[in-house]
Design a protein around this ligand. Sequence first.
Ligand SMILES: NC(=O)c1ccc[n+]([C@@H]2O[C@H](COP(=O)([O-])OP(=O)(O)OC[C@H]3O[C@@H](n4cnc5c(N)ncnc54)[C@H](OP(=O)(O)O)[C@@H]3O)[C@@H](O)[C@H]2O)c1
Length: 312
Amino acid sequence: MEFDSRIFIAGHRGMVGSAVGRELRSRGYRDLIERTSGELNLTQQADVEAFFQAEKPEVVVLAAAKVGGILANSQNLTEFLYQNLMIEMNVIRAAATHGVGRLLFLGSSCIYPKLAPQPLKEEYLLTGSLESTNEAYAIAKIAGLKLTEYYNREHGRAFISAMPSNLYGPGDNYHPDHSHVIPGLIRRFHEAKIGGQSEVRVWGTGAPLREFLHVDDLARACVFLLENYNQSQFLNVGSGEEISIKDLAQLIAEVVGYQGRISFDPGKPDGTPRKVMDSSKIRALGWSPKVLLKDGLKQAYLDFTSRIRDQA
Ligand SMILES: NC(=O)c1ccc[n+]([C@@H]2O[C@H](COP(=O)([O-])OP(=O)(O)OC[C@H]3O[C@@H](n4cnc5c(N)ncnc54)[C@H](OP(=O)(O)O)[C@@H]3O)[C@@H](O)[C@H]2O)c1
């Protein structure tokens, strides 16, 4: 990858795509191609073909996807499967047929089998039943990982994939119903603080153990892999640090400055009991995370407050 390579970041306005764009620019890559979903709907094959024909990208980062938390996933199975499959198939196929030299696809730790041994190793993918709440998303993501792997193995293309853990950081989605756990809790604790609420009730038992990675650490991993890695095997990218949802909620409440009670609602689904990845393969290649969770949460809270100020 050269500093003047034409690099298409699909999904450049998203949390991951914008972080990858920041990292590429800061490292000196200067020819980035970006399109919003309004300008180029990646579910439309003919439009994607015409775009690759006209723009001739040399490198593709596929960070466009329909993404959401447990509620959004479980209530929109059709769209999570259809849109993600279409985006992936169209972009990966067009990249292959239009001579793209390098492509990076993104999986997600939530697509490993629900009860796979922990920590999750790359080889555990497809060894058991999926978490039912995000089955549709997982099936689409697995198809994208496999298409990327097959182009690499069968056609010798430098098409690679990274498997990030739960992400958080600037550009996250703070929607009340469609967000992941960290942005969701940031919003709820902030609103509870402002509204003077004495209690915040958190979904589930609080027991599940999770691993979180700051999106800037993921972006560094993505660029590191584009520069250094060619193999068909996708690589886990996680912080390796586990925290229970209960401890996470307390930490976020502290960062936000919410002093009321935190209770848990065991009637709501917990999801996978424990999810931490074994990221030893990418660490052995030379990448490691830099952002500590508490520092990253402070930064995320600043991002949230600046965005609600902008919307006001
Ligand atoms: N967030 C996480 O915790 C997490 C964890 C693991 C893996 N990942 C993976 O990282 C990738 C990016 O996630 P994210 O959190 O950055 O998502 P995000 O913030 O929701 O951004 C997704 C981007 O995809 C674009 N997009 C969606 N549908 C499109 C379409 N039909 N045509 C063109 N663009 C479309 C959107 O573009 P517009 O803004 O222009 O509409 C949006 O900017 C996904 O593959 C996801 O699976 C995320």
